[in-house]
Design a protein around this ligand. Structure first.
Ligand SMILES: *[C@@H]1O[C@H](CO)[C@@H](O)[C@H](O)[C@H]1NC(C)=O
Length: 182
């Protein structure tokens, strides 16, 4: 069972549009709308220069884990893929839950490794590097799966500025993702 939890996405006041795009994108990936939660908390505004209230975030994530009896949480690492402070806050929240042992025994955390800018845009060429380094899990998508991932990305119309189109074409994360257990 898979559940997706997203915090806001209301930057540019496009919250509703982005939410709908996320739901469509998840559908492409086989995640039904009922398994997608978008939390728009007034104290957690989507903004690249706002640090979120980490204890509040942790509390919201914990309640989601409990509600759905989650045993594996997949999220950002400390560098948050793009370095976006909101992504980094999510990591900080999960990290605090983990270190305070607030979640049930048996709930594990996998964090997505952020790679440097050079590796970020070499797509499949990053495979040897990703496998060489000591990761707990490395996912390499097949061509067919990559096509599906792209179709899911194209659902995010409002966010597909020109540089994001380049991202979808060249990003390593569209093909390879390496993760570590906390
Ligand atoms: C979505 O949640 C429902 C209800 O818990 C579950 O039966 C279903 O398998 C989930 N879908 C996915 C793709 O995990």
């Amino acid at each position: 069972l898979l559940y997706l939890l997203s915090f806001t996405g209301n930057y540019y006041q496009q919250g509703e549009i982005r939410k709908e795009e996320l739901v469509q994108s998840c559908k492409v990936l086989g995640i039904p709308p009922s398994n997608v939660t978008v939390l728009d908390h007034r104290k957690l505004p989507d903004h690249p220069s706002t640090d979120w209230d980490v204890p509040l975030l942790a509390e919201l994530i914990l309640s989601h884990i409990k509600t759905y009896q989650i045993n594996l949480v997949v999220t950002f690492d400390a560098r948050g893929v793009s370095g976006h402070p909101n992504h980094r806050s999510v990591y900080a929240a999960v990290r605090s839950l983990h270190s305070e042992r607030k979640v049930l025994e048996g709930c594990q955390f996998l964090i997505l490794e952020t790679v440097n800018v050079f590796r970020k845009y070499i797509s499949i060429l990053d495979a040897p590097l990703s496998c060489y380094k000591d990761q707990d899990v490395v996912f390499i998508l097949t061509e067919k799966e990559t096509e599906l991932a792209k179709r899911a990305m194209w659902c995010h119309h409002s966010q597909l500025l020109w540089f994001r189109r380049l991202y979808v074409t060249f990003s390593r994360y569209m093909v390879i993702n390496s993760l570590l257990f906390l």
